[in-house]
Design a protein around this ligand. Structure first.
Ligand code: HEM
Length: 162
């Protein structure tokens, strides 16, 4: 049986590895978009990092099934990847809201006459905002306390739904 000390050491090491990899992924995209300005580069770098880490977290379940390995309701590697996907997605959202219309992020959702946007720009911002809220929800329940409080079934159903 693993001691608490060893468990936390492993967990922290994994977070450092995943966190560094997320930043490295972002750095690769950053260098691909050197012609853009700083905010736009930060936005696109964090966007792709968030997306790729999300994909990695989502692939773990099917990967376990394909290898005929146990596929538990929750396991630390998937949780830790999910946490970093959430961190990068929320960071991207904060930066993304300042790429266009600088300093007036509400104009992503309403026009100058305070009317809800009904164009593709509005649509992509509404879907982005919904995705960001789902990431925040996932971040909030990615811990053992939430798993215990909600119960396995409700917790898993929330995870699958998001
Ligand atoms: C209200 C929330 C959001 C806003 C305002 C927003 C804003 C933006 C902006 C302005 C860009 C263009 C960046 C550029 O080309 O410089 C962008 C791209 C992108 N965003 Fe978001 N975003 C939001 C939420 C999200 C979330 C939650 C994700 C999930 C990971 C995401 C994933 C992406 C991706 C993958 C791209 C790159 C698309 C491409 O190749 O052009 N966004 N976002």
């Amino acid at each position: 049986m693993m001691t608490a000390n060893r468990y936390w050491k492993q967990r922290v090491t994994r977070h450092v590895i995943i966190g560094t990899s997320s930043l490295l992924l972002g750095a690769v995209v950053w260098f691909l978009f050197l012609r853009r300005d700083l905010i736009s580069r930060l936005s696109i770098a964090s966007a792709y990092s968030a997306m790729l880490v999300t994909v990695a977290a989502l692939l773990l379940g099917p990967w376990n099934v394909l290898r005929r390995r146990a596929n538990p309701i929750s396991f630390d590697l998937r949780r830790d990847l999910g946490i970093w996907a959430g961190i990068m997605a929320v960071f991207h959202t904060g930066i993304g809201l300042n790429v266009h219309l600088r300093g007036r992020p509400w104009l992503y959702f309403v026009d100058q006459h305070s009317k809800l946007r009904s164009d593709f720009f509005g649509f992509s911002n509404y879907t982005g905002a919904i995705a960001a809220l789902l990431f925040v929800l996932l971040l909030a329940i990615s811990n053992d306390l939430s798993l215990r409080r909600l119960g396995t079934q409700r917790w898993k159903s929330l995870q699958r739904w998001t």
